[in-house]
Design a protein around this ligand. Structure first.
Ligand code: G1P
Length: 300
């Protein structure tokens, strides 16, 4: 029996992080290191995403992985020998950094054995949900949505409207074909729009708006039934976008929270370099030195 959508305050407990991809844009590094473990200054991107999920109230991270990428989940395991060594050497600040990831939330893995797309990856999480979990968060680890907090706002919107709530960013039309794109109308709240349709990677001419999915989803568990019913879409893959569109066509309420802060795309070396520099500029140890060096370097 499906659980209805009225759980308290739009809350969720499980955050799903699809991390089964080959990381081809980061070859050759991803021969040995999953891209989710590449550091943003000194912290893997997946830890930043896990911290965001924990901050929004998740108590479990479900990492969708593929054979050979076990290091992603292992990263969240405590290393007591390392902690002891750091404590003995008086490295208190490093000790705190090392302890942070394992303490954020429980981490479990589920396998996606075939690369059949984002919808297929998310579908693998369905059987892992408890019967009383009415919704699940999905965070794409390629996307950093800054400052954090949009998931909490999305939970408020789900508490108000029910159904599913996604995060949107307004992107230039010439970039829109890289995204899932929403057909929207306004609501009474400036940052919330009602969604009437969603299409994956449309051409700029066909895009119903310039509001694009930004890698944060708060999905009613009805999504898993919809994921079972979709057929391959853009790129020949099972698309999460198509399952959301199917739900909309059946009357399921879907809204977006329009995020007007920053965003980084860690999924390609160019976006990753920007994120690294952005975080490093704010780092108390490296920021000033990097700013001085960049200023000089850019004079050339
Ligand atoms: C995925 C989603 C797309 C979304 C994008 C955000 O696409 O399919 O709807 O807009 O993430 O980053 P990908 O970037 O994996 O091609």
């Amino acid at each position: 029996m499906s659980v209805q959508t009225s759980d308290a305050a739009g809350a969720f407990r499980t955050a799903v992080v699809p991390a089964a991809g080959l990381g081809t844009r980061f070859l050759p590094t991803t021969k040995a290191v999953p891209k989710e473990l590449l550091p943003v200054v000194d912290t893997p991107g997946i830890e930043l995403v896990a911290a965001e999920a924990a901050e929004a109230g998740a108590d479990r991270l479900l990492v969708v992985t593929s054979p050979g990428k076990e290091a992603v989940a292992e990263y969240f395991r405590r290393d007591e020998d390392l902690e002891l060594t750091l404590a003995e050497r008086g490295k208190g600040a490093l000790l705190e950094k090392v302890k942070r990831a394992p303490e954020l939330l429980d981490v479990a893995t589920v396998y996606q054995y075939e690369p059949k797309g984002l919808g297929h990856a998310v579908a693998q999480a369905g059987p892992e949900l408890a019967d009383d979990e009415g919704a699940v968060a999905v965070l794409l680890p390629d996307d950093l949505v800054l400052p954090t907090g949009v998931l909490s706002r999305m939970a408020e919107v789900r508490a108000q409207f029910g159904g599913s709530v996604l995060c949107a960013i307004d992107v230039p039309r010439e970039q829109i074909s890289a995204y899932g794109v929403f057909d929207v109308t306004d609501t009474d709240a400036d940052d919330v729009k009602q969604v009437h349709g969603m299409v994956e990677k449309p051409s700029a001419d066909d895009a119903p708006s310039t509001f694009a999915a930004a890698g944060r989803y708060l999905l009613d568990r009805a999504i898993f039934d919809a994921l079972d019913r979709i057929t391959p879409g853009a790129g020949g893959e099972l698309q999460l976008t198509d399952a959301v569109a199917l739900l909309i066509s059946e009357g399921h309420p879907v809204h977006v929270v329009v995020h007007d802060g920053g965003r980084h795309d860690l999924g390609n070396p160019g976006g990753y370099a920007r994120a690294f520099v952005d975080f490093a500029l704010q780092d108390p140890d490296y920021g000033d030195g990097l700013r001085d060096w960049l200023t000089e370097r850019l004079k050339d």
